[in-house]
Design a binder for this molecule. Structure first.
Ligand code: ACO
Length: 399
């Protein structure tokens, strides 16, 4: 009997490919859990480093473990000067996600434990990545603006330190706490495209940094983490609430997608979007810029109504929809919104990479290696006859 599972052209929707103990989504109910804990609880009570430790260790850290974890992160925040010098040689208008992806192998080269594949060494590498990725993102913002990267401040929280190294000014504590919540919300999300890319790469026994570089590449796409930047560009182009209904209808009539809407797993509102929606309202009022929240709500209302009319009842705002206005209010330019997503998701990627490398064999495939159906030329068992170049009929010239 043919044992082949037919999941072609479905993007593997609904197909479990491994067991995981890291996170869980109930897409019908809009529930997200990290290691057993509801995202709403973690957003309210935890910090990013505590959540990162939870994702990596599998349980909430003791006071002692959190202190040692935090100390390790603080020590690893200062990235080698050669990395900043290398980045400074690159064109200043390069895409920030390309820079981040290029910087990951540089971090690998600087890691003295790169070839140690024990679990303990991989956890230490994860700590260095959790510390290093924000430093790279902040450094690139400085370098591209022809400013020197700033040293980290060990007295600041993870989010506050990022804002300091990025902007060069000490952040308002309330805004820093809001960013801390954003980092908690974005830290993991089961087998999303970038996490799957990380796991697929390390299933070959490649090192953690190779997996993370693939994850950064996958995250950059506009259907995944790249959507937040596209949402912000949309809000900037729209300018006024009066434009919204017509614009949404026009987009959908043209077969375009509304960025920040829809999700491969959620069939209701993403629980992270609910928290970010409230944050964008509060931050906008605090900073005297309520227009971004108002505009976002106008797009949400118009899109929900228009999608409903077209029978698309399950397309709701996802995490990228309200994170756009929140990040804008924090002074993050659109092209740094996806890198900021990576500043958080690095925790989940590393937890998944460790799970992939050290899970029991029955919990995952030994090496991801799907099948494909060949639908190209076929000239029988012997293959097509190779013709020397000069005997080939000239191909039609390209348009
Ligand atoms: N706007 C309009 N229509 C949409 C949208 C959208 N945002 N999303 C899906 N659809 C439509 C599709 O056109 C398709 O219609 P059809 O059946 O008439 O052809 C139908 O809904 C199903 O689309 P799929 O791509 O198959 O649905 P899926 O649920 O797998 O897609 C995805 C998920 C890729 C996120 C999609 O909703 C999308 O493109 N959204 C916009 C980009 C975005 O916000 N990405 C961020 C997601 S969250 C994250 O990755 C961090």
């Amino acid at each position: 009997m043919d044992q082949t599972v037919r999941v072609k052209n479905t993007g593997l929707r609904g197909v479990p490919v491994a067991d995981t103990k890291i996170s869980f989504i109930d897409g019908e109910q809009g529930i997200l859990i990290y290691r057993g804990y509801r995202i709403e609880d973690l957003a309210e009570k935890s910090t990013f480093l505590e959540t990162a430790c939870l994702l990596l260790d599998g349980e909430l850290p003791s006071e002692e473990r959190l202190k040692s974890f935090t100390d390790e992160v603080l020590r690893a925040r200062e990235i080698p000067a050669q990395i900043c010098e290398s980045l400074a040689l690159l064109p200043k208008d390069a895409a920030a996600m390309d820079i981040l992806q290029a910087a990951v192998p540089l971090l690998a080269i600087a890691d003295h434990e790169i070839s140690d594949e024990t679990r303990e060494a991989n956890v230490r590498k994860a700590v260095r990545l959790i510390a290093g990725i924000p430093s790279v993102v902040a450094a690139w913002n400085r370098i591209r603006n022809r400013l020197d990267p700033l040293p980290p401040d060990p007295g600041l929280s993870h989010a506050a330190n990022f804002l300091w190294q990025f902007h060069g000014t000490r952040p308002d504590p309330e805004i820093a706490r809001d960013l801390e919540v954003c980092l908690v919300l974005h830290a993991d999300h089961t087998f999303n495209a970038s996490t799957f890319a990380c796991r697929e790469v390390v299933s070959t026994r490649a090192h953690m940094y190779a997996g993370v570089a693939a994850g950064v590449g996958a995250l950059s796409g506009s259907l995944h983490g790249g959507a937040n930047a596209r949402v912000m560009k949309m809000l900037m182009e729209l300018q006024s609430e009066e434009d919204v209904a017509g614009w949404v209808k026009d987009q959908l009539d043209k077969g375009q997608r509304i960025m920040g809407f829809g999700h491969a797993v959620y069939k209701t509102t993403d629980p992270r979007a609910k928290i970010l929606r409230e944050m964008s309202l509060r931050l906008g009022e605090k900073l005297g810029q309520p227009q971004w929240h108002r505009l976002s709500v106008a797009v949400e209302d118009a899109a929900l109504a228009e999608l409903d009319r077209r029978g698309k009842h399950t397309l709701k705002p996802n995490v990228d929809f309200y994170s756009a206005s929140v990040y804008h209010l924090m002074g993050i330019p659109p092209d740094f919104m996806t890198p900021l997503f990576a500043v958080s998701r690095i925790a989940g990627w590393c937890a998944h990479i460790i799970e992939e490398k050290f899970a029991e064999a029955q919990e995952k495939p030994a090496l991801y290696r799907p099948e494909s159906d060949y639908v190209g030329n076929y000239c029988g068992k012997m293959g097509c006859v190779y013709q020397p170049l000069r005997e080939r009929r000239s191909a039609p010239s390209s348009p």
